[in-house]
Design a protein around this ligand. Structure first.
Ligand code: TMP
Length: 253
């Protein structure tokens, strides 16, 4: 058997391997699902295949409208080639409608339209449970400077406009989502780009007509089959044929 490529990092839902060229990585999508900072765990067959395809679809769409991101190309059912970035240690959350933690924190009924898109940040730290942090903390602790934050808000709102439109076109309301941001250098010049993944794991997606949840809340709240929900999203977007059977992982050499 060929030796496995060097593992760079393993997270809850993905693994990063060394890429074929300097400055690249291979991002492998696992079937593992976690919620509530990994207090709830399951393996959901086919989730990784769906998220690999869906993230490819959204990142390619971002590229097509000029929003810089880490995606280079999909390699196989579970892997994609990406640009290596230095991840900014923030979860950048954009909310269009109240749901989840903002509803709990402020007592706003889920589904209430927000006066404008709200961008907020959590500090990426599993041991602390990714706490919500104000810009003041981010700048003071040097996770990002004020210019970076301006660029991050601009990226996040552009992604929001793009995704909201794409989802609305297939009868889905984009309630909220999370993105991660990476730094890349061209010589001395630093740029911020969209990294990680965009998939139903990191969005709240509600059917426009019925309000049916088509995202990871299906798993968090035990609302049925997560694979069925993600498959429905993929089907509506024309990303995968309706009856495609997720295949076993194939690794490239
Ligand atoms: P929240 O309502 O729990 O703060 O989540 C807001 C959005 O961010 C929701 O679409 C889920 C997503 N999210 C993640 O992708 N990863 C996380 O660790 C958390 C807390 C939220």
């Amino acid at each position: 058997m060929a030796p496995r490529r060097k593992k760079i990092y393993e997270g809850k839902a993905k693994i990063l391997y060394e890429g074929p060229e300097p400055g690249t990585l291979v991002q492998y999508f696992k079937d593992d699902a976690t919620a509530f900072n990994a207090q709830k765990k399951a393996t959901i067959e086919g989730k990784g295949v769906l998220n690999n395809r869906l993230s490819e679809f959204f990142m390619t769409g971002l590229t097509n409208v000029g929003i810089p991101n880490h995606f280079i190309r999909r390699l196989n059912m579970r892997e994609q080639l990406i640009r290596q970035v230095e991840i900014v240690p923030l979860e950048v959350i954009v909310r269009n409608f109240a749901a989840g933690s903002i509803s709990k924190r402020l007592g706003i009924e889920e589904g209430t339209a927000l006066p404008r898109p709200i961008v907020e940040y959590s500090y990426k730290n599993d041991a602390l449970g990714d706490p919500l942090v104000p810009e003041e903390y981010i700048v003071a602790f040097g996770w990002a400077n004020q210019q970076d934050l301006d660029d991050i808000v601009s990226l996040a709102l552009r992604v929001n406009d793009f995704l909201s439109g794409v989802f609305f076109g297939v009868g889905i309301k984009l309630v909220d989502f999370k993105i991660e941001i990476g730094r890349i250098w061209d010589g001395d010049y630093m740029r911020l780009i969209v990294a990680d993944e965009i998939s139903p794991d990191s969005c709240r997606l509600w059917d426009v007509k019925t309000g049916q949840k088509l995202d990871k809340d299906v798993f968090r709240r035990d609302l049925g089959s997560l694979t069925d929900a993600y498959t429905e999203v993929a089907r509506r977007l024309g990303v995968m044929p309706a009856n495609a059977t997720p295949m076993k992982p194939t690794l490239i050499n």
